[in-house]
Design a binder for this molecule. Structure first.
Ligand code: NAP
Length: 284
């Protein structure tokens, strides 16, 4: 147990709602394992109160904080500086406060890339299909573009949102297009894909007993299939992909490594990834 004293540095998480977040157990386990005089607390910030919460954390000398739904986009305008990846994603999930100045980062995309790397999967020169065009899709798509993906195809229920991300990918020099969620165009793209990513909540608990959002018949056995959903860990998509012989990557790794990267930014200390993973597994 971390011993709280008058010199303990505080880290926070702001969101609404916040009750089910696993970040406090993961981050506190890491702080304790590293023997740091810091603690991590979750704050349910009511709509309309974000600015006051951020100003308060800066005034109180917090070392930093994470940001989750629904504030990842709106927090940006309250910060002094935003790093390039967070700016491209249009969302901030980690804020570090140095000498009273708030710096915004987004570790979601890097967390996803690290979850691939631990399975020996690289995105450089790969053809990627991303299903969904919300915040998670944007984070993994920008990270894949910055890591040298050859082609990124976005498929979404609301085609216009996929088109917006595809246009941004093109400005980053990536071959990119948007296709409808069901249809021949998506089937053709899936057949060509090296990596397929579900970035929608389809398959998430408690509605986990559903058909996979990806028609797995269209995917090759050497395609890597990823699901950003982490509850359950073994989604219907991952089960179907494994039956086909595909390498699969679940959402827990992204959750772990976005937290590990945030820990490194907050503390400057190498994150104890195994401790953080165990805390998440127990929390789940
Ligand atoms: P979001 O911003 O609300 O976007 C959701 C996306 O899913 C939208 O593109 C939406 O399409 C699509 N969608 C929702 N319900 C659908 C359905 N029934 N059929 C087809 N498409 C549907 O959410 P998000 O923040 O991107 O999160 C997406 C998923 O990623 C969630 O399951 C979340 O838990 C997971 N996630 C995981 C991590 C991690 O660390 N592993 C991090 C972030 C998010 P429309 O545009 O048509 O509405």
């Amino acid at each position: 147990m971390i011993k709280l004293t008058s010199s303990t540095k505080v880290l926070g998480l702001v969101g609404h709602p916040i009750k089910h977040s696993l970040s406090p157990v993961m981050q506190n386990a890491a702080l304790e394992a590293c023997g740091l005089d810091m603690c991590y607390l979750a704050f349910d910030v009511q709509p309309g109160s974000l600015e006051g919460a951020v100003r308060g954390m800066i005034s109180l000398g917090f070392a930093g904080f994470n940001v989750t739904i629904p504030y990842k986009e709106s927090v940006a305008k309250l910060l002094e500086e935003i790093d390039e990846e967070a700016r491209l994603i249009g969302a901030v999930n980690t804020v570090v406060i140095r000498k009273g100045i708030a710096y915004g980062y987004n570790t979601d995309g890097r967390g996803f890339l690290e979850s691939l790397r631990e399975k020996g999967v690289k995105v450089k020169d790969k053809k990627i299909v991303v299903i969904g065009a919300g915040g998670a899709s944007k984070a993994v798509t920008v990270a894949a573009a910055l890591a040298g993906a050859q082609k990124v195809t976005l498929a979404n229920r609301t085609l216009g949102r996929a088109q917006e991300i595809a246009e941004q990918m093109s400005t980053l020099g990536v071959d990119s297009k948007a296709v409808a969620l069901n249809g021949k165009d998506l089937r053709n793209e899936l057949a060509e894909a090296d990596i397929v990513i579900n970035a929608t909540p389809v398959g998430m608990f408690p509605e986990d007993n559903v058909d996979p959002i990806v028609d797995i018949d269209c995917v090759r056995p050497d395609t890597v299939v990823c699901d950003l959903v982490y509850r359950p860990r073994n989604t219907s998509l991952l089960k179907a992909a494994r039956r086909k012989g595909c390498i699969t990557v679940g959402g827990l790794g992204m959750l772990l490594y976005q937290g590990a990267e945030a820990f490194r930014l907050f503390t400057g200390v190498k994150p104890p990834v195994d401790v953080m993973r165990r805390a998440l597994e127990v929390g789940l």
